[in-house]
Design a protein. Structure first.
Length: 166
């Protein structure tokens, strides 16, 4: 599939163009219904069948340690993209761009990233009926500040695992 606005080649399941951010409804002038529970454009019975998958938290942490953080960088970018797909809000940054910004700013961008991921996780929990009234954005920010970014990744992945079928 190609973006109607910029012509970039995109995944058939994408809701927004990763190149220009255009909403990918059937074409220009048509809008998507943001109140429905169909989060993907694929014809599957599963809401998040398009590129969102479960990961073992234990193996992800072990691989991150064994590879001296290289797997953690992949995990960071992939999880960012997956959570962006799970929300109807067009992402300001892709997983790759978020990773580059985090590296360039020596981790300072991670504070903003963890706060925004907390907002998106709260939104995902609300959509699935597991919202408990609390916001995770401040909790993720505090965890990133005082513990480590890998803990925030693990919490985000846990939420994705809870709402994604095996």
């Amino acid at each position: 599939m190609y973006c109607y606005k910029c012509g970039a080649k995109i995944d058939d399941c994408a809701l927004f163009c990763p190149n220009c951010g255009a909403e990918l409804s059937s074409g220009p002038g048509e809008s998507r219904n943001y109140n429905n529970d169909n989060y993907s454009r694929c014809g599957n019975d599963v809401d998040y069948a398009c590129g969102v998958r479960q990961r073992s938290l234990i193996w992800a942490v072990i691989f991150s340690i064994i590879t001296c953080g290289i797997y953690q960088m992949y995990w960071f970018a992939a999880l960012t993209n997956e959570i962006n797909r799970m929300t109807d809000v067009p992402p300001r940054t892709s997983g790759g761009l978020s990773l580059v910004l985090n590296i360039i700013t020596f981790g300072i961008y991670g504070f903003y990233w963890s706060y925004k991921m907390g907002e998106k996780v709260t939104d995902i929990r609300r959509r699935h009926g597991v919202y408990d009234g609390g916001n995770t954005n401040v909790i993720y920010l505090i965890l990133y500040l005082f513990v480590a970014g890998i803990v925030v990744l693990a919490f985000c992945q846990n939420e994705v695992n809870n709402v994604t079928p095996e």
